[in-house]
Design a protein around this ligand. Structure first.
Ligand SMILES: [Ca+2]
Ligand SMILES: [Ca+2]
Length: 197
């Protein structure tokens, strides 16, 4: 049967012609984009190893004084490493023992402000300790903390000695997502209002 199609009705003023609208490119493209930041698993920059929520960098090829090593770590938004548990230290000592740089590595502890009053450069509490036998001995005024590579025990050391070192910084915790929201209804209202003018 032919000729049975009804002519397309003309929408009354202010009414929405859904069929015409749905054919427009406008309808297909009118979306609102929102950007969200949300918590995600920690991750580290290149050259850093992740353990829990922190990233660790083992500098075993170049040596620096304790202060120069700390300055290098802060230039990368971190500090010389601080330790707070046997577990954290155990994670690192296996790596440290492969270090080719001397006998010790710098950590972030010092008692330069108050003799015997040890503190970490990252400001965390200095509670966990793992002193090597006979240390700290402040031998000729040792004020900077190093770790023996072979066993992971700690020594108060001469700050001017040049040693390898370990930097520590918090892992990146945020991920970014782009979210697209279809707001064709919003465009529909705008066009409808304009039609009523
Ligand atoms: Ca000292
Ligand atoms: Ca010592």
């Amino acid at each position: 049967m032919t000729g049975g199609q009804n002519p397309k009705p003309t929408p009354a003023p202010g009414q929405w012609d859904q069929q015409s609208f749905s054919n427009t490119a406008l309808l297909k493209t009118f979306s609102i984009y929102r950007c969200f930041m949300f918590p995600a698993d920690s991750h580290c920059d290149n050259g850093y190893l992740l353990y829990r929520d922190f990233c660790y960098h083992f500098e075993t090829e170049t040596v620096k004084s304790w202060q120069d090593a700390e300055d290098h770590c802060t230039s990368e938004q971190g500090h010389l490493v601080s330790f707070h548990s046997e577990e954290e230290l155990s994670f690192l000592t296996g790596i440290v023992q492969n270090s080719p740089t001397g006998i010790s590595l710098w950590m972030g502890g010092h008692d330069a402000v108050n003799e015997g009053g040890w503190e970490w450069t990252d400001g965390s509490p200095f509670r966990y300790v793992r002193w090597a036998e006979g240390n700290p001995d402040d031998y000729f005024g040792e004020d900077c903390l190093s770790m023996y590579i072979n066993d992971g025990y700690w020594n108060d050391d001469v700050c001017e000695y040049k040693r390898g070192y370990i930097c520590k910084k918090r892992g990146e915790m945020l991920a970014m997502a782009l979210y697209s929201e279809d707001r064709t209804d919003l465009m529909k209202n705008i066009i409808t209002e304009n039609t009523n003018i």
